[in-house]
Design a protein. Structure first.
Length: 155
């Protein structure tokens, strides 16, 4: 879990998607069983002082550890991220890829956390950056946070 280095209160942002509703199933189009496209998102209540956005997508139900599907930062401030859109800088996920890799559980229904961060800066990070390095770099710069959770079970 991300630990914040400051005592500053973090605001909440709203996150929704036309692709799936919170705590509902993600269509296979956005998974390894489909086209593996990132879903669309709408983000509300972004603080005015925001300089960039970051996204971490992870599966806490993975058998060994939480599995990271997407790491991206320096997304220009926007209220809409379109389906299959490359914005910002993508780091390395747990598939050792530098792009969105959708849900692909071995068995059972898994939860996929799409975490959005509003930051007060742009981050100067290597494209080899992984989730923990991103969390460390942004920990003193988070203005707001929002999340949407999707479910997926392979047939």
């Amino acid at each position: 879990m991300l630990q914040l280095a400051t005592e500053t209160a973090i605001r909440l942002m709203g996150v929704s998607s036309n692709s799936f509703s919170d705590n509902q199933y993600i269509p296979s189009k956005y998974t390894c069983d489909g086209l593996n496209l990132n879903p669309d998102f709408t983000i509300s209540d972004i603080p005015l002082m925001t300089k960039s956005l970051a996204i971490i997508v992870e599966d806490p139900d993975a058998p060994i550890n939480t599995w990271v599907h997407w790491v991206v930062w320096n997304i220009p401030v926007t209220h809409h991220i379109k389906e299959n859109t490359l914005l910002g800088t993508q780091g390395v996920n747990d598939f050792s890829r530098r792009f969105y890799c959708g849900p692909c559980p071995y068995s059972g229904t898994h939860h996929y956390l799409f975490k959005f961060y509003a930051l007060d800066t742009l981050l100067d990070l290597s494209i080899n950056t992984r989730k923990l390095d991103l969390e460390k770099a942004m920990s003193d710069h988070i203005l707001a946070f929002g999340q949407i959770t999707g479910l997926y079970k392979r047939k």
